[in-house]
Design a protein around this ligand. Structure first.
Ligand code: ZN
Length: 241
């Protein structure tokens, strides 16, 4: 069987998601697999996750300080995955809206990095496995899907970007992670330890490390056994060519 990611040459892969830690949580096993297969991966993170406060956040933490910490955590995690570059748009966390400004900003990013494969998340996921999906995740997915089609590949959308020198570019495939309507399932058992190692760098977010390990262990597939655990990541893949 030909796997859906059996591309015959190294692909340029751009990941556009809302928060530091989203790439690793949503699809870190797949990204690690792609990096090891020789593909080139770049992250574009839309916010810096400056409102990611939780019960283990120090009382004197500020949003500015957390923003800086999360930049560092994301850069370290991406390095473990094998990502070549990490860029931050630094939109305010929690306030992401799929408006025309964000769509235009994402079109600029797509035209700049010219990905063959674009990874984002499914904007239709309201009820996720763990509860209600974060509004930023939905907004990031919506703005990115709308930026790809019909804007990124067309010269008549956002003509000011042409003046800036960003020529139309259309990715060949979009892979939507965090989906409840998958059409591609990737077995990531082999790279699951790499995903976990990357996630450990998001110290400000994961709380108690042992409880976190337990929680991640529960993500294994139903046919797993203690001797043979299996892990999957699911995607809705849209092909544009
Ligand atoms: Zn998130």
């Amino acid at each position: 069987m030909t796997l859906p990611d059996s591309w015959d040459s190294p692909q340029n892969i751009l990941v556009i998601l809302a928060h530091p830690d989203d790439p690793e949580f949503f699809c870190g096993g797949t990204l690690a697999r792609w990096a090891r297969a020789g593909h080139h991966i770049t992250y574009q993170i839309l916010t810096c996750g400056d409102k990611g406060f939780n019960e283990s956040t120090p009382a004197d933490m500020t949003t500015d300080a957390l923003c800086a910490i999360r930049h560092e955590e994301q850069i370290a995690a991406a390095k473990v995955i094998g990502v070549e570059a990490v860029h931050f748009m630094d939109c305010p966390d929690g306030y992401l809206v799929p408006d025309l400004k964000l769509r235009s900003d994402i079109v600029r990013v797509i035209r700049k990095f010219k990905p063959d494969i674009l990874v984002t998340c499914d904007p239709q996921t309201l009820f996720a496995m763990y509860g209600v999906n974060h509004p930023d995740h939905r907004a990031a997915g919506q703005a990115t899907m709308d930026a790809v089609f019909p804007a990124a590949g067309s010269p008549v959308f956002f003509p000011e970007l042409l003046i800036e020198g960003y020529l139309p570019h259309m990715p060949q495939e979009v892979w939507c992670s965090l989906t409840m309507q998958p059409n591609v399932i990737v077995d990531v058992t082999e790279t699951w330890p790499i995903k976990l190692e990357a996630l450990f760098h998001h110290k400000s977010q994961i709380g108690d490390i042992d409880k976190f390990k337990e929680r991640m262990k529960s993500r294994r597939t139903e046919d797993s056994t203690d001797e043979n655990p299996r892990y999957e990541e699911r995607f809705r893949v849209v092909k544009y060519r």
